[in-house]
Design a protein around this ligand. Structure first.
Ligand SMILES: [Zn+2]
Length: 264
């Protein structure tokens, strides 16, 4: 049985939980200016890649979601949201969830507005998800994805040394045994001698190497733009496709031809 003081406490809680006058409605009515409030929650930022970054949005900017035909399933509302780490703005897409109980605890990606809980489902732009060319060995893929993530996060120096590490790991199986633990420059010398890669590839590898060395050793000037990193990135990608993806594709294409021959 509820005592009088419990009832009073519950009423106070209800007042806090339902701060607007429109207790009965489900519509997303705009609060009056005097009720303007910020809402806060956590999510991964697609701009600076901070995981679980703090985000905020203005309650009066919540709109019923209608701007995109392809809006995610279950999404009812959208709102501009600002990342506290990089100050960039994204559009947040929210699902509206019925509150199960008055004092239901909220998850970190949720906030309450009127009598609904809003849960952030996705953002535009979306969180980038770097991928690696197919059939790349695990250790090479790891270095490549690390470099890609650094590039997305605008850590250009880390990206440059990451692509260098990627090509180093990618060519190591090609060099003679005595060179496998040597420096990248020595591995390149060995490859040149054995002619196991075309000269253009060797030249490009040495550019990615120098780019990475520059990021590691030269502190007079740093990489400041994506454009400075893109040639090394593009070549690293091409090298992985050439070394790991293409041989498998060739095998597959050859098998398909042989199958057709047998069938005829
Ligand atoms: Zn951010």
């Amino acid at each position: 049985m509820e005592t009088e003081s419990t009832q009073l406490k519950n009423e106070a809680r209800r007042q806090r939980a339902y701060p607007t006058e429109n207790l009965e409605t489900r519509s997303l009515e705009k609060p009056k200016e005097s009720h303007l409030n910020m809402v806060h929650f956590k999510f991964d930022c697609p701009h600076c890649q901070t995981r679980n970054s703090h985000f905020s949005g203005e309650e009066n900017k919540i709109n019923a979601s209608k701007s995109f035909d392809s809006k995610p399933r279950g999404v009812v509302a959208e709102m501009p949201i600002t990342c506290s780490s990089c100050k960039s703005i994204s559009i947040g897409y929210f699902e509206g969830i019925e509150r199960r109980e008055m004092l239901q605890l909220l998850d970190t990606n949720q906030f309450q507005y009127q009598d609904l809980i809003f849960q952030l489902k996705t953002t535009i732009p979306k969180m980038p998800n770097p991928t690696c060319p197919e059939h790349t060995p695990k250790n090479v893929e790891l270095a490549f994805i690390e470099a890609e993530n650094a590039l997305i996060a605008r850590l250009y120096g880390s990206a440059a040394s990451g692509y260098r590490k990627t090509i180093d790991r990618a060519i190591t199986p090609l060099v003679d045994d005595g060179f496998k633990t040597k420096m990248l420059g020595q591995k390149l010398g060995n490859l040149q001698k054995s002619q196991s890669l075309p000269q253009t590839m060797i030249d490009w590898i040495s550019i990615v190497k120098d780019n990475g060395n520059y990021a590691l050793h030269d502190d007079d000037r740093d990489f400041v733009s994506e454009a400075e990193i893109m040639p090394a990135r593009q070549f690293t990608l091409t090298l992985l496709q050439y070394l790991f993806t293409m041989p498998e594709e060739v095998k597959r294409a050859r098998a398909a031809i042989d199958e057709r021959k047998q069938a005829s």
